[in-house]
Every structure is written in C-alpha cells, then in structure tokens.
Write a protein that binds this ligand. Structure first.
Ligand code: G3I
Length: 468
C-alpha cells in the first residue's frame, strides 16, 4: 500500500534529482463557514488560494476549499519535517493531498489540538503524545463515559462473557456489548428447532450486571451461522419455499420473544449484498424466497416486537463506499425504506481488512445513509496492524487512522453506536480466520494482549472527546 509518507518521499527524491520546481495541491474538504490558515513556520514556500497571488500565510474560507502551494525542495523538506502547519477548526475537516508526481492520497484530519495541527508531519506523534493528549481532553474519563456524554454507545463484541477481557476491561471502558456468535441462528440451534440458549442467556445476565446495552447479532444471515441441517431440511420438504418461510418466522418469533426488552437492537439481516457488488448474495434465503427475504424478515420481526430497533447490517470494504458495493447497498436500503420496510437503522460493520478508510469518503457515505432517515451503528470495527506494516511505527499509524475514524463518527449525528469486533487484541477473530490467521497477531483493536490501552485507544478517545 502506498502511504502519504511514501508519496512525499518519492516527490522529494524526484525534486532533488532534477532540482526542478514542483507543485503540490492540498485540497481541504472543510465544513461550511470554517476559516483555515496555512502557515509556513520555517522554510521557503509560496502559498496561493486557487490561482491567487503568492503569500506566506493563507487564510481560506470554506468556499476557497483548494489551497495550492508551490516551491522547490526546501519547502517540501519543510513540509516533511512538519515545519508547515495549518491552523483552524481542524477537527471539522479532512485533507486530501495531491502532488504532480503522484496520485491522490488522504492524510485525514491532523491529529492534534482542535485549534492547531500539523499537516502530515514526517513523524507520527509519539505514543506518549497520544496518551497525554487523550487524558487531557477526556479529563481522565474512560471511553464509555466520554462516549455517553456525547450520546454515543461504544461497545465490544466478545465470544463469551467469561473471557478475561469481559471481566474488568469491558465494564470499565464500554457501555455496550455484543456477542460474536452466541445469538446467531446456528449457535442458538445447531440443528433446526433444537435450541440451547445458555450462552446467549449468559450475555443477557452479563449485560444487566454491568449496565451494558446489548446488541443482537444476527437473526438471518445467508452466508454463515445457520443450523447445520437447514439446507437439508428445506430440500427434503415437499414445499421448500413455504417450509423456509415458516422456519424463518418461527426462529424470529422464538428469539425476539425470549429476549424482548433485553436486547436493544437486532441485526435482522446480516450482509445481504454479494461480495464485489454483484447485487444480492445468493444463499438459501434468496434462492427460495427471492430478494424479498430481507423485507420479509423485517416484517416478521416488527410483527413480533414493535419496540426493539431493527437493523440492516452490511460490510462495506474501506474505500468502496462510493464504489459499486457501497452504491448497491445504499440503493438497496433506499428502496426498502422507500417501500416502508420497517428498518430503523443501518449497521456498517467497519472491518478494515485491506485498506484504511478515507475519512472524507466514509463521512460522505455515512451522511448519505443518514439522509435515508435512519440511525447508523458501526457494528464490527477493527483495523489490522498489517495495513501499517510499511510505517516506521505501525501502532502509531494505526492510532492516527483510528483518530480519523473517531472524528468522522462523532461528526455525523445519525451515528449513535460504535462497536469493536473484540475488546482486546487477544480476542480477535482475525487470528483464527484464513487468510488473516497467517498474519497473526493482527492486533486490530484498542487494547493489547495484556488488556492495556494502545495508542489507538488514546487516539480514538481523543477523537471522541474533541470533535465538536
Ligand atoms: O463452535 C465451533 C466449535 O465447536 C469448534 O470447536 C471450533 C473449531 O474451529 O469451531 C467453532 O465454531 C467457529 C465459531 O466461529 C466459534 O469460534 C466457526 O468454525 C467459525 O466459522 C466461527 O467464525 C465466526 C464467523 O463470524 C462465522 O460465523 C467468527 O468467530 C466471528 O467473529 C465472525 O463474525 C462475523 C460476523 O458475524 C459478520 N461480519 C463478519 C464477521 C467476521 O467474519
């Protein structure tokens, strides 16, 4: 993966080799009515807004969202050494950086004080810097408190309530919990109709004991998590379609009634879309009931429980939000909501497996979902450390990426919950799941294998605490 820093280094090499002038364009995507200053602290550099005159300090209104600076190697060096800085309401903006020599890469919002920040410094902030900044911004409050104060739930999905991380860590830092597998149909009933609620019930008791909001994941999932004999049962039935509809209805009825008032929100259907943007996933439900199985599942759920929040949950790979996959899911959700299907919220999973989310794209996508008139939950967040393998300080780079996510999530009013897929790096599914198991330890979460906070924790906390 090409990083911003790698591009900068390429540009600097090219500039040094030819001793030629270069032009770099910084495109600031700002909140309306913000005022931003780009300042050359040291070194030679011409700054312009659009095609305007060169000045040493640029003050830009949000309308002037494109700043251009140009110069020779010395100014690039100044930039790389962090001697140029931007002042402004930085938490409300993201930064795209474009060079004549390279493509476009996001640097995201600078990881700093709400009022003053450094644009793409050559070095990531130190781990200690993140800790100090976060403790100051949060006034020592844990993540759950900072999140609650801004009306957010922040959670962890764990395998069982008997994990070490469930003991002290989850109740201290999170105000929501989920089960990685315990509420899936195939976990509740290994064979059709043969229910064993023991682990799911343990989650209910655990959530109540620690005052945690409990999410239910998931009622219907075509790709996995079904009773082992579901397909065979359907195949053997004289009317497979009617039998599947009946089994689906009985399952939804059984589970929603059992956990009425105890589970706050259900992923009614998980991952309806095909990988790679090929319309809906083909699975036992869509094969027999057609694409309407999604709408049917929501209608069944609503008829059983009129109070619980019903969520449509999907995984959209980072940086495909405005691509085919993101587009198709948006269109699908829009269609269902337009038809009156009782969808209260959209879940965006947030597994960052192959690339780091571009904050501008992520925010724009969340806003488009918000415009559908539903709430949003980030339901399964994690970020493999391998995505930062080419950085000098992967944990620091991961922290910066989490910081940018926190800023985005905190700035979209419809986002009301963020859940991580695991509490600590000891818990992650990635270490046991091909092909990611080969890269273990994947370290994708906010707490390390000793259950201690990572730079990512402090960065995420800081982002939540400081975003206006
Ligand atoms: O329960 C059996 C156990 O009896 C057996 O000894 C063991 C041997 O491997 O396997 C156990 O089942 C595994 C189960 O996790 C519990 O550990 C399954 O093989 C394994 O496929 C299952 O993986 C889960 C996966 O969903 C499929 O259901 C992961 O833990 C879980 O993290 C993952 O979560 C999904 C979300 O539901 C949807 N979004 C993507 C996310 C990550 O893949």
């Amino acid at each position: 993966m090409t990083t911003v820093r790698a591009i900068l280094e390429q540009v600097e090499q090219a500039v040094n080799a030819s001793d030629a002038d270069f032009t770099a364009t910084f495109q600031f995507v700002c909140e309306p009515e913000g005022t931003y200053r780009l300042v050359v602290v040291d070194g030679q550099c011409d700054l312009r807004v659009g095609a305007g005159e060169a000045v040493s300090t640029v003050v830009a209104d949000a309308d002037d969202a494109v700043l251009i600076f140009s110069g020779k190697a010395d100014s690039m060096k100044a930039f790389m050494e962090g001697r140029m800085r931007i002042e402004g309401d930085l938490m409300a903006m993201s930064v795209l950086t474009q060079f004549t020599a390279g493509g476009t890469r996001s640097t995201g919002g600078p990881p700093a004080h709400p009022r003053v920040g450094y644009l793409a410094p050559a070095e990531s902030p130190s781990h200690e810097w993140w800790r100090e900044q976060a403790l100051e911004a949060s006034e020592g409050r844990p993540l759950r408190q900072v999140a609650a104060d801004r009306g957010l739930h922040v959670g962890a999905a764990i395998a069982t309530p008997s994990l070490p991380s469930a003991d002290a860590l989850v109740p201290r830092e999170f105000n929501q919990v989920g089960a990685e597998n315990a509420f899936k149909w195939g976990t509740l009933a290994k064979r059709v109709g043969e229910y064993d609620f023991s682990v799911a019930d343990a989650f209910v008791r655990y959530a109540q004991r620690h005052d945690l909001r409990l999410r239910g994941h998931t009622l219907i999932w075509g790709r996995a998590g079904r009773p082992t004999d579901l397909e065979a049962t359907i195949r053997a039935a004289s009317d497979p379609t009617a039998t599947l509809r009946q089994l689906m209805g009985e399952h939804i009825d059984t589970v929603l009634n059992r956990y009425r008032g105890q589970v706050a929100a259900w992923d009614v259907v998980n991952e309806p879309m095909a990988y790679g943007g090929e319309g809906l996933d083909r699975n036992v439900f869509s094969d027999h009931l057609g694409d309407d199985y999604v709408a049917e599942a929501f209608a069944m759920a609503r008829s059983v429980d009129t109070e619980v929040d019903l969520v449509l949950n999907e995984q959209i790979p980072a940086n495909q939000y405005n691509d085919v996959g993101g587009e198709q899911f948006h269109r699908f959700a829009e269609k269902l909501i337009g038809q009156g299907v009782p969808i209260d919220g959209i879940g965006i999973q947030g597994h960052q497996l192959m690339s780091v989310p571009d904050p501008v794209e992520l925010r724009d996508y969340l806003r488009r979902i918000e415009d559908l008139g539903v709430f949003i939950e980030i339901t399964e967040m994690d970020m493999r450390i391998g995505l930062f393998a080419d950085r000098d300080d992967p944990l620091g780079a991961q922290a910066e990426a989490y910081h940018r996510c926190a800023e985005v999530l905190a700035s979209v009013p419809a986002v009301r919950a963020v859940m991580f897929w695991g509490a600590a790096d000891t818990d992650t599914w990635l270490d046991h799941f091909p092909p990611f198991d080969a890269a273990a330890p994947n370290q994708p979460l906010l707490f390390d294998r000793n259950l201690e906070p990572k730079p990512a924790y402090y960065a995420f906390l800081h982002g939540l605490a400081t975003t206006p």
